[in-house]
Design a binder for this molecule. Sequence first.
Ligand code: SF4
Length: 349
Amino acid sequence: MGDDGWKTQPKLMSADVKAAVVKRLIELKQEQAEPFSVVLHGGEPLMMGKARLDALLGELRQSLTPETGLHIQTNGLLLSNEMLDVLAQHRVGVSISLDGPISVHDKFRVDHQDGGSHGKVIDAVVRITAHPDAKALFSGVLAVVDPESDPVAVYTALKATGAPSIDFLYRDGNRTNLPYKKASVDSVEYGAWMSKILDLYLADEAPPVIRILDDMIRLLLGGRGIKEGIGITDYGIVVIDTDGSIQKNDTLKSTYSTADRFKSPWSVLRDRLSDVMENNEFKSYHVSQRPSSATCKSCPLLDICGGGMPAHRWSAEAEFDNPTVFCADQKLLIGRMQEWIGDHKRAIA
Ligand code: SF4
């Protein structure tokens, strides 16, 4: 969406940067009571190659406590049995990007030969589910929503993978640059699509875990959310780029170029993560997860919706001081959940 910050980044982390990342995470583990997880994200992190990945994960696993989560988000194309062995050895959870059946997935996801990647991703899913450590290895699949697709076909295809969890992600966009196939800020293409997934899920006697739905229903029933962008639980997401610079959540890049950059030129090569987090600039970034919009603050659905992800709130006029561009979609989906909970409460009474 116009961000070109990646052009100035090295393709791979140097040995110095990798050593600094490990050092800073060890310091953070000693200085911070709250747990944290480390996610290798891309681009495509498996392009680092087996040997480099093995070395980095080995250092992280050895240096961090056994309960610190190590995860990787991958397109699956390089997820060979050898790669799976390396990931299993270091107890890394693997999430695979898969948008649905071939007609949905291959619409946007192509490999370097411009061929659809669906077949290769399914092969990777088969390999991971057949691995002796599959239970620990396979975290789930991540699907980006295409509101033009058939929700029945997507639900059926993703459930058929046997993935322990399914994550749905709305497409990047904001109130100035609308997400793919969203006609206006008041239209409900995404909410209607997710409501159909919700109906399938509620009618299914053996439904898969769908984190966004589970989280919202849990919040509606008075529980706690565990997913970023849902409810008003605060998360501290910090990105360490390949040059070692410390940046904000990279989803912010979809608003305007360099929106994910702090003004302070922090780097793991110089700065302790705990010092960064004590800085006022970091604190105001952290607080910005909570919506500032008066509409959200007085909204009866705030505890469930949370005002959406900050990147989705942006507009050229009011910057982040807006409800999410998916506000109408959220209202439709949450309304459908409330209806279902109400029906069941009446049935129990
Ligand atoms: S984005 Fe919309 S539904 Fe969500 S809290 Fe704000 S006003 Fe309410």
